[in-house]
Design a protein around this ligand. Structure first.
Ligand code: GLN
Length: 536
């Protein structure tokens, strides 16, 4: 029977609840247990897929095509467990479902209230779709005291009485260091624990985020004032390498205290050697490279969270330190690519939506192609690679993507729904438009992709509405461009390359490789890109 662990946050947002929940998942796995992480986001938006990246960072996509909060990416990267639509929700979604049910007459005319209707729906989300997991770790987004997340906290409180095995509550708080007094301050934590208690929940473990080591005396004080056992006041120190955090939290006792709480068996010294090796590699790199990421959201780096993590995983696999240079694509279109890409060893042009910034992305690709700079173009990046080739290699001066210019006479890239007529594809499109989630892809032998993956069928995650217009296929093939991968049914072009003799690494992919990269399963394409940059 699954045991439930609720992770809440106090004092401030952005303390890393998602990271802590991910690390706990990884540590419980190392202790031999099966885990599933879940996220409840307090905001009222029903569709995280359409929230501005400037406000929420990236939209993470799961295998089954859910567009989710970026914390799901952390969970997957740390635990390797592929999550599903049923592992993520928002207040808005829960309200929308309840209201839809009411319209269908489900409540037989009864009054609909937050308690019990919203809380029942929340409990159902928390406890459904579980198979043989030993632990379900539910992260409750936001900060205790936020009005939006109150119904989630109330649902968790109710579960305490209803579940056969009493759930555990972990509260992540901040212990700020006040430089002028040279002291760590525990008062904000006391207040947030009290806020939680006022909603009927006594925290079992306090994960205390701080920049300085919390002394035993301070831990005693926190334990006393917050009514937790002293050994359950656990330090969560800042770290410069996030994959070191499981080691730190184990050392601080997190996994063992959790297992003791549930009366389960634990190992004093679980095998964490893979995490140790990752840290060793991070701190002792053999190579160093500079890699430019040319995008339009570079003022909000959370937008590229999975990508920067995937670069880190591939760097570790290559025993390299990769310095990422974030380049605003609009600066390239104003000031030229040489200024920004002249000193880098590789370029990534990531996914994106809309016209703004596309010119600079295309110019970055032209520059990388002409200067034989290893380049990986993803999603909208691949569109720009196709347009670059059409304009500058095939000589179709007015070639464009209809995402950039809807009336271009030469639509090299068009809306998928206008190109692909097969009904089966339409069924997979959200709103008849966007192709989401993992799809099988066939790879041509004798391609960069094939050498990278070492196999001819792969599965990758997608989030796109546009694709290559096959009317132009013969022109590209005549010019020697390699079409190296297609969707399983052969309808949609998934990857293009320049032949190895012409360029060391020029690859465009329609899918988003970063979503599948894990710290211990780095993405083959990114590993190859970095390898090629080191070689250069
Ligand atoms: N905006 C493009 C599309 O919808 C590309 C999306 C992406 O980069 N994944 O097809």
């Amino acid at each position: 029977m699954a045991r439930f662990i609720f992770v809440t946050g106090g004092v401030a947002s952005s303390l890393g609840k998602g990271m802590a929940a991910s690390c706990l998942g990884a540590l419980l796995q190392a202790q031999g247990y099966k885990v599933r992480n879940r996220k409840l986001d307090p905001y009222l938006n029903v569709d995280p897929g359409i929230i501005s990246p400037y406000q929420h960072g990236e939209v993470y996509v799961t295998d089954d095509g859910a567009e989710t909060d970026l914390d799901l990416g952390h969970y997957e990267r740390f635990t390797g467990v592929s999550l599903q639509k049923t592992d993520t929700t928002t207040s808005g979604k829960i309200y929308a479902d309840v209201i839809a049910k009411e319209k269908r007459g489900f409540y037989k005319g009864g009054t609909i209230q937050i308690i019990p209707n919203i809380t029942d729906a929340t409990k159902e989300f928390m406890t459904s779709n579980i198979t043989d997991e030993d632990f379900v770790i539910c992260e409750i987004g936001g900060t205790v005291g936020d009005i939006e997340s109150q119904s989630f906290i109330e649902a968790a409180r109710q579960l305490e009485n209803e579940l056969e095995i009493k759930p555990m509550f972990i509260h992540l708080t901040l212990i700020p260091f006040i430089a002028s007094a040279s002291e760590l301050k525990t008062k904000p934590t006391q207040h947030s624990v009290r806020d939680l208690l006022s909603m009927g929940i006594q925290a079992d473990i306090l994960l205390c985020r701080s920049e300085k080591v919390i002394s035993e005396d301070e831990k005693k004080k926190i334990a006393l004032f917050c009514n937790v056992k002293e050994e359950n006041v656990i330090q969560n120190l800042d770290t410069s390498f996030i994959y070191e955090l499981p080691l730190q939290l184990h050392k601080a006792g997190l996994d063992i205290q959790v297992l003791k709480f549930f009366g389960l068996k634990y190992k004093e010294n679980p095998d964490l050697s893979k995490w140790e090796r990752a840290s060793e590699r991070f701190y002792n790199p053999k190579h160093e490279i500079n890699l430019a990421v040319v995008g339009k959201y570079v003022s909000m780096l959370e937008t590229y969270k999975s990508l920067s993590e995937a670069i880190m995983h591939a760097a570790l696999a290559n025993e390299a330190k990769v310095h990422i240079k974030w380049v605003d694509s609009e600066k390239i279109s104003k000031e030229g690519a040489e200024k920004y890409l002249g000193d880098v060893d590789a370029v990534i042009v990531p996914s994106g939506f809309g016209k703004r910034g596309t010119e600079g992305k295309r110019e970055a690709i032209t520059y990388a192609r002409e200067h034989k700079l290893p380049v990986l173009a993803i999603g909208l990046g691949m569109q720009m690679a196709l347009v670059d080739i059409a304009k500058n290699v095939l000589g179709i001066a007015d070639a464009d993507s209809t995402e950039v210019n809807s009336v271009t006479p030469n639509p090299i890239v068009s809306l998928l729904k206008d190109l692909v007529k097969k009904e089966i594809i339409f069924c997979e499109l959200k709103d008849d438009k966007i192709r989401l989630g993992a799809r099988d892809i066939g790879i041509e032998k004798d391609s960069i992709l094939y050498s990278a993956y070492g196999k001819d069928t792969i599965s990758e995650r997608h989030r796109h509405r546009y694709s290559f217009n096959p009317a132009y296929k013969s022109k590209f093939i005549e010019a020697g461009i390699v079409f190296s991968a297609y969707s399983e049914d052969g309808e949609i072009l998934e990857a293009i390359e320049l032949p190895k003799e012409k360029h060391p690494f020029f690859v465009g992919v329609l899918y988003q490789p970063e979503f599948k990269s894990r710290v211990f399963e780095p993405h083959p394409l990114l590993v190859s890109l970095i390898k090629s940059a080191i070689k250069k």
